[in-house]
Design a protein around this ligand. Structure first.
Ligand SMILES: Cc1cc2nc3c(=O)[nH]c(=O)nc-3n(C[C@H](O)[C@H](O)[C@H](O)COP(=O)(O)OP(=O)(O)OC[C@H]3O[C@@H](n4cnc5c(N)ncnc54)[C@H](O)[C@@H]3O)c2cc1C
Length: 504
């Protein structure tokens, strides 16, 4: 019986996909390209950056115009095939491919328009931009905006899930910079959403876009580039001292982030281990100002860490040189380039400012790190712990000061942003034990916090596909915003044209 139901479902999908393709073939302009499963282009058109999660789309359309994007959504809605917008393909869960088989992927990477208005200092950027090219386009005007370090990440997903970078304590998240979007709604209308028109849609897109629309372009705030930037890196080596010293270091970092790190400072504490190795600890970051300020800024933290670095480096450079440096091996100009894929599982925790982690919680975390070997099939793991929000001299950083109700982003009270990545030692195949390991590791924090009756959150950009929709909504958006987003989903997309595993 189950088999018969599955076959019937598959047949329905195939018939619907056939209807979708014939609807599109006659209507799309030559600016767009439709790729169906029978096409030789299909494997390249569907592969995501994280090989752990790969999905078969019913079709992919690379849209070359707003009109074609609207046609694509209308045809999919008529065929009852769920639509997934896709940008840079860097969702850790491959949600740009729908997060399950059978979605219709509307890829926006051909939308590459850019303009800069010197009067408002806003830039209007096609949703197909990747972060490196965004930085380059703004650089031509001496401007910048906050975003993450990986140059291949797409603005489509990044700007709408949060968009954290080392300038976020200074300028906020990328989602906070959105002042206007042009988007295709579930009804297939091309609309502009701004504070004066469809403001509720703008609010929802600014945090939860894939449930609501295909964004075609973003109008964002920009900032003058800092005159210089100073990178620093303190390597504490392969840490084999007692766990209690590591706990003291993490407590010191947490309280430094809360009140003592100036907004010009983006900094992270990394705890990592390779298979067969011991724990590595590292403190690094960028001060958006001159190198001579670093000792004054960082010294209070170094004084509070009860062990010394085995080496340290610093690098004074201009803003764009810093973008290139932080991007590592990736080029800033990503045009025509493809990043090597990963096979990974990522999770996140946001530690709220209102509920910092207790010594007991950090102790459980550190004990797990010391006592648990890297599981079979995992080559390495890391915890990257970023100073996310916090205050300095009584004034909140830009990330913390942005009004929480101004957009749908959920982690506004965040003090620390913790990202956990576990990497497979075999490309394309993630080991079964890796998920349990990562969840137990994160559980040392989340479970202890829950027993203490405190709040814990997570970061949607580091999306965890093993969460149910309800769990994801609670962790990424919180109760109030989830309630509002569900009501807006009912208003803007009652037929669930935009659907994926974590959709509202
Ligand atoms: C190597 C790497 C480094 C990263 N570094 C950072 C970092 O420093 N800081 C940080 O905050 N995050 C970082 N991320 C996470 C990244 O911000 C998210 O994965 C982001 O969603 C990727 O966007 P994308 O367009 O590249 O991905 P896609 O897979 O194309 O899309 C991701 C999600 O956004 C939706 N989406 C994409 N485009 C649109 C659109 N035009 N309209 C509506 N919805 C859309 C998709 O449907 C999907 O749900 C990193 C990810 C990777 C893989």
């Amino acid at each position: 019986m189950l088999l018969l139901t599955a076959v019937a479902c598959l047949l329905n999908t195939v018939v619907a996909a056939g209807g979708l393709q014939s609807c599109l073939h006659t209507r799309l302009s030559p600016a767009s390209t439709l790729v169906s499963p029978s096409s030789a282009e299909y494997p390249n058109a569907t592969v995501s950056n994280n090989l752990s999660w790969q999905y078969f789309a019913s079709a992919v359309v690379f849209v070359g115009s707003a009109e074609d994007a609207a046609i694509a959504v209308k045809c999919a809605a008529a065929s009852k095939i769920p639509v997934t917008p896709r940008g840079g393909r860097h969702s850790y869960a491959s949600f740009g491919s729908g997060g399950r088989n059978g979605s219709f992927v509307v890829d926006v990477t051909r939308l590459q328009s850019f303009s800069y208005d010197p009067k408002t200092t806003y830039a209007t950027v096609g949703a197909g931009f990747r972060l490196g090219n965004l930085a380059l386009a703004l650089d031509a005007h001496g401007r910048a905006t906050p975003h993450g370090t990986c140059t291949f990440v797409g603005i489509g997903g990044h700007a709408t899930c949060g968009g954290y970078g080392l300038t976020s304590r200074l300028w906020g998240l990328l989602v906070d910079q959105i002042v206007r979007v042009t988007a295709v709604t579930a009804a297939g209308d091309v609309v502009e959403a701004s504070p004066s028109k469809h403001s509720d849609l703008l609010w929802a897109i600014s945090g939860a876009a894939p449930s609501f629309a295909v964004v075609l372009s973003f109008t964002i705030r920009t900032y003058p580039q800092p005159a210089s930037t100073s990178y620093f890196d303190f390597d504490f080596g392969n840490f084999s001292d007692t766990p209690s010293l590591a706990v003291k270091a993490l407590l010191a970092f947490q309280s430094f982030a809360a009140t003592s790190a100036p907004p010009e400072l983006g900094t992270q504490f990394t705890v990592g281990r390779s298979a067969g190795g011991t724990l590595g600890l590292r403190l690094s970051g960028v001060y958006y100002g001159v190198e001579t300020a670093i000792p004054t800024v960082i010294q209070p933290l170094l004084d509070a860490i009860p062990f010394s670095p085995i080496s340290n480096t610093s690098k004074l450079q201009g803003y764009m040189a810093s973008v290139a440096f932080l991007g590592g091996d990736d080029p800033v100009n990503t045009t025509g380039r493809v990043e090597s894929p990963n096979t990974a599982y990522e999770k996140s925790i946001i530690v709220p400012t209102s509920a910092p982690l207790s010594e007991e919680t950090w102790t459980k975390f550190v004990e797990f790190a010391f006592n648990t070997p890297v599981p079979p099939g995992i080559s390495s793991y890391y915890w990257q712990i970023d100073a996310f929000g916090g205050s300095y001299r009584g004034k909140r950083t830009a990330m913390a000061a942005f009004p929480s109700d101004a957009n749908a982003f959920g982690g506004r009270d965040g003090l620390l942003l913790m990202q956990h990545g576990t990497y497979s030692d075999t490309s394309g195949s993630y080991p079964a034990g890796g998920h349990a390991f990562a969840n137990s590791f994160a559980g040392t924090i989340t479970e202890t916090v829950r027993t203490e009756g405190k709040k814990i959150e997570a970061y949607q950009c580091y999306v965890d596909p093993l969460l149910s929709a309800d769990e994801a909504h609670a962790l990424y958006f919180g109760h109030e915003k989830t309630h509002k987003l569900k009501a807006l989903k009912h208003k803007w997309d009652p037929a669930r044209v935009f659907d994926y595993p974590h959709a509202f």
